[in-house]
Design a protein around this ligand. Structure first.
Ligand SMILES: [Zn+2]
Length: 394
């Protein structure tokens, strides 16, 4: 068994039990055996190991868990972004532009884009990244999108219900039938989750409920896009179906917040349904940010993710999302870092990632800084000095 000692850590974010929410420990070392954390303790008592990395007093964190990304697509929509910044509103209609380009692309072209963006995210500290389909919207194109996504991530999500494609514009019921029938059958072998864009202009609550129930029936976990562009029933539908996460949560009523808070675990472990906030989308569509403070104060578990996609949030950077959450959404730096690591893990119902405790997966990042605070304090600066994933320096 090979071992690796990460030594001379000035500040270690564990997200484990501790006096503060991040479980910060100082002047420690971490021993990694194979792909797991084996030991954490004072640097002065560090055991011998096959390999040693001296981080020189730097901060070390769990790798970021980006629980919401759309990486399987072709083309870009920079011109649409430019027009939006010149004053045109965002409606979600540009998704169909990407669908056309994606259908026309070869497998190799799609694969190259997924790998490029996954690599980009990894260099910025993301050690787990969920990947959705949703730009194919035909049986064959959704299945191949997920097949390609599954080459890169085990957290794959079937989003055949992203929008109704143009050829079904007059008969959305037929499209829902296709999604629940042959498309789900073709996609499910490569998917762990099912997702629906439940929003005006996309899928209404009855269609969303029907599609998510079909996915649950074949063993997929539920997550959904809800309450992004306006108020609506999406969040409460997610709670009703026991979703792992409801994503966006920009326009929430008191009833929505109460419904999320009502999914709290009895042991104080947070809520069963996580609210995943995607501030890159509000940034890129120049829209009001979600009210993270309101959710946190109600006891709702909050995650942060990038929503990386070519239309409404073309960033793969979790540090950027942390900085936005602190500056624009009134989260503390500690809350934002927790949400980008342990929060993302909860949104994927994982307890082996997003934490650095003995037995956890050895996914960690070394900052070019003495404290996690620098992730928000020094926005836009490349602070990820080293990434270790599955115990392997990248
Ligand atoms: Zn999304």
């Amino acid at each position: 068994m090979s071992s690796l000692l990460i030594d001379n850590i000035g500040e270690l974010v564990t997200n484990g039990i501790g006096a503060d929410p991040l479980g910060v420990r100082r002047k420690v070392a971490v021993l990694v055996e194979e792909d797991r954390v084996a030991w954490i303790g004072p640097a002065a008592y560090a055991p011998a190991a096959d390999h040693r990395i001296d981080v020189g007093g730097a901060a070390v964190l769990p790798g970021f868990v980006d629980s919401h990304a759309h990486l399987v697509f072709a083309g870009d929509r920079a011109a649409e972004f430019g027009a939006r910044m010149a004053g045109e509103p965002y409606t979600g209609g540009g998704i169909r532009t990407t669908v056309g380009a994606t259908r026309a692309a070869s497998d190799d072209a799609l694969r190259a884009t997924v790998r490029r963006l996954r690599g980009e995210a990894l260099r910025q500290g993301t050690t787990t990244m969920e990947i959705k389909s949703g730009y194919g919207l035909s049986v064959a194109d959704e299945a191949r999108s997920l097949r390609i996504a599954a080459e890169t991530s085990s957290e794959t999500t079937f989003l055949g219900a992203h929008v109704v494609p143009t050829e079904y514009a007059d008969r959305p019921d037929d499209y829902v039938g296709l999604v629940c029938g042959p498309m789900l059958a073709a996609a499910a072998p490569y998917a762990k989750w099912i997702d629906v864009f439940c929003e005006r202009g996309a899928f209404d609550v009855d269609h969303a409920r029907a599609i998510l129930a079909c996915g649950q029936a074949v063993g997929l976990g539920v997550r959904l896009h809800a309450n992004q562009l306006g108020p609506g029933p999406g969040v409460r539908l997610g709670v009703e179906l026991g979703a792992a996460s409801v994503d966006h949560c920009t326009h929430l009523s008191d009833a929505d917040v109460d419904a999320l808070a009502g999914t709290a675990h009895s042991d104080g472990f947070g809520t069963r349904t996580v609210a995943t906030l995607l501030p890159g989308a509000e940034f890129s569509t120049r829209s009001p940010y979600p009210d993270a403070r309101r959710l946190l104060d109600a006891g709702v578990t909050v995650a942060l993710a990038t929503d990386c996609n070519p239309g409404s949030s073309y960033t793969s950077s979790m540090p950027f999302c942390i900085a936005l959450a602190v500056r624009e959404m009134r989260m503390t730096p500690a809350e934002a870092v927790w949400a980008a690591t342990a929060g993302g893990a909860r949104a994927l119902r994982r307890d082996d990632i997003g934490v650095l405790t003995p037995g956890a997966r050895a996914d960690l990042i070394v900052l070019d800084a003495p404290s996690y605070l620098h992730l928000a304090y020094r926005p836009g600066v490349p602070l990820i000095r080293q990434v270790i994933r599955n115990g392997v320096p990248q």
